[in-house]
Structure formats: C-alpha cells, structure tokens
Design a protein around this ligand. Structure first.
Ligand SMILES: [Zn+2]
Length: 392
C-alpha cells in the first residue's frame, strides 16, 4: 500500500485572497533597492549612539515620525530628505558592512534570492573613506550575508543627477574598476526635474564602452521625454519606475518591443506623489500590455516595505492573480544584470519552485534537494579579473 499523500484538492471557486505570509514564501528578486534607504531603524540609533552622531530623535518611534517613514511626502525632493539622516551613520567601513549585511539578511528572510543594491559611493566619503573602501565595505557585508543566508547580491553604482556630471563620471570609473567583482551596473538617481540625464552622457559613454549594464531612474518626477533620453541618449538597459511611460504610446511600444524592463516600486511612487494611489498605478496597464515589469522595494526603510508587501499590494489593490504575480517574479529573474548562464539557472529553479504554489493559497514545501542554497553554483564560476586603476 502506498504511503504517498494524495495531492491537495484544487478549489474551483472564486480566487482566494492570498495572505502576505504566502507571498513571503515565493522566491523573489529585488532589482531596485537603495542601500541608504534600506537600513533598520534600530541600527541607525545604535550607530548614532556609538559614534556620537546627532539625529532628529533618539528613539525608534520618534525617528520614524521625524523621517516620515512610509508617509506620503508629496514630491520626490521631499522624499529624498530622509536620506540626510541615514547618510549620517553611513560614513565608516564597518557601518557600511553592517548595513549591507542586514539589508541582505532582511531580504533573505522574505525569500529574496537575488538582489541588486544601489548607492552612490561619493556620498559616503565625509569622514575620509576612499571610494574603493566604500565599495569593498558593502561587498564584505553582502558576501557575509550570502554565506550565512544563501542570498546573492551585487552592487549597482549610482551617479546623482543633482550633484554634477564630473562626479557621475568618477562613479562610472569606479563601476568600471569593479566590473566582474561585485558591481554589475550603473544608474542615475536623484532629483529628476531640472536635471536631465543627458548632462551625464560622458559617464554613460564610459560604462557602455566597458560593456557595463545601465539602468536610469526616469519617468518618476518628469515626463516620458526623460525615459526617451535615458534610453536613446544614455543607452539604459532598464528603467527605474517609468510611471509616466503611459503618456507616450509610441515610446511604450518601443519599450515593449525591445523587452526593456521597468523596475516598478508601487508604494514609493505613491509616497513621492508620482502616482495618486495604488489603484491608479500603471503597473497593471503595463502588465496587461505585455511589458516586462518587475516589482521592487526602492527603499525598505523610507517606504516601510518589503518585496512581498509590494507584490501583496499588487494582488490586493490592483487585482493581480497568483499567475500574474508569478509572471512579475519571473520578469525579475529575467531582468537581472547577471551573466546569461547564471540567470538561466535562477530562472529554471524559480520556475520550478513557483509551480508548487497554488491559487487557493496552498503550497508544497520544496524538497531538500531543491534548496536554493545547494543549487547556486557561485563557487564554480569563472575567476574574475583584478580591478583596474581607480580614482580614490
Ligand atoms: Zn530608486
């Protein structure tokens, strides 16, 4: 007599509203997450106490209120003010290592398997840290988290629109120096209005000449012209946000035809005022039109979110079914800045695992042999070249 259990019966009634805990079990990516917007509140307080740094409040609740965490800010410029606080405690190598480790640990706890963490290293040199140390410190934290929790994470170096073209070029040089050593891409962040990407063209030319992947925040606080410029002047491979792409049908079709990924961050878009509310977020339209859309956090702390929460909001507020959520997740694995053969392995595994999750909220635990920790052949990868000279 067989001891095997029969498979669970599938429901044929109306779709179940899936709980957040179910979404947390799905394998995921986070391709758009800022290091300086994704700290633990307790860590900010702890580092500030240790290093004698002044904060707007000295307890967790007070700090949450002072930084308007998770609240609507009305504009991107207002939203960016919270970073003034986080950057104060991110000026030493050990604090950067700890913050990177904790971010990866938090992501691993909700089954994020692969993450691309972005930040602008020049914002972390106030106390004299060299740019190379700013990269090395974060890599150390990410690698330690990979060892402990199995999550793989790489870095995207950011230039900042509202600083200068020269500093973006310096960041591009840094990205080139660390290509194949943990840096997988280059981005342009910061205030979009009045600061067009074309001013930073030289930085993008340098990274493109070195075959480095690029993504650009665009169509968040400015119109579709900003997205066109990111794609056609700077050569972006992915677009951060792209909320206003829907205003230009022709460009939307171009993005769709070329399978250019949109890194959507729904809650953040509401918080910055880019979108009125979740129900009017264009991610639903983009997904229906077949665009390659991914769901990301942007800033775990400042937006008070997780990838699971963002996916859950897509489900509860925008009517995404489990099948739709799986498609968003697969798009995340497809859109990573990883070598193609590594990406294929992630895709194969994620697709397989996702089959075990059902519309009625049931799932089968994966067998031990399918554990992602065992299936990631990171150690077997080709050796990577040493970094070239870099400005410090
Ligand atoms: Zn962002």
């Amino acid at each position: 007599m067989s001891t095997q259990k029969p498979p669970p019966a599938r429901s044929t009634s109306a779709p179940t509203r899936l709980p957040l805990s179910f979404i947390e079990k799905l394998p995921k990516t986070d391709l758009h997450v800022h290091l300086d917007g994704s700290l633990r509140v307790e860590t900010i307080l702890d580092l500030a106490r240790r290093d004698g740094i002044e904060l707007p409040a000295d307890d967790a609740d007070g700090l949450r209120r002072a930084m308007h965490l998770g609240e609507n800010c009305g504009s991107l410029v207002e939203y960016l003010k919270a970073f003034d606080v986080t950057l104060r405690v991110m000026q030493t190598a050990d604090s950067l290592t700890r913050i990177a480790y904790e971010l990866a640990e938090d992501a691993a706890r909700e089954n994020v398997r692969y993450m691309e963490v972005r930040y602008a290293p020049m914002l972390h040199t106030r106390k004299g840290l060299k740019l190379t140390s700013v990269i090395e410190a974060v890599l150390e934290g990410l690698r330690a988290a990979q060892k402990d929790h199995g999550i793989e994470a790489n870095i995207i170096v950011c230039g900042i629109r509202n600083i200068s073209a020269e500093s973006s070029l310096e960041m591009a040089e840094l990205a080139v120096a660390y290509k194949n050593r943990g840096v997988v891409g280059f981005d342009l962040a910061g205030a979009e209005y009045d600061h067009p990407a074309k001013h930073h063209r030289a930085a993008f030319q340098l990274v493109r000449d070195n075959n480095i992947n690029t993504t650009i925040h665009a169509g968040e606080a400015y119109g579709p012209e900003s997205i066109a410029q990111a794609l056609h002047v700077c050569g972006a491979h992915r677009i951060g946000h792209g909320c206003r792409l829907r205003e230009d049908g022709d460009l939307l079709h171009y993005v769709n035809d070329h399978r250019i990924t949109l890194e959507c961050c729904p809650s953040s878009n509401v918080q910055t005022g880019a979108i009125k509310d979740l129900k009017s977020h264009p991610i639903r339209l983009y997904a229906d039109l077949g665009l390659r859309v991914t769901v990301n956090t942007d800033n775990r702390l400042i937006t008070d979110t997780t990838v699971s929460k963002e996916l859950w909001l897509c489900h509860t507020e925008m009517g995404f079914s489990l099948k739709d959520l799986k498609q968003l997740i697969i798009a995340g694995f497809k859109s990573s800045f990883l070598p193609f053969h590594v990406k294929q392995e992630y895709l194969r595994q994620a697709s397989q695992e996702l089959q075990h999750f059902h519309d009625d909220g049931t799932f089968e635990e994966p067998s031990a042999s399918a554990s992602h920790k065992q299936a990631r052949p990171t150690e077997a990868r080709e050796p990577t070249p040493k970094p070239t000279a870099v400005a410090s």
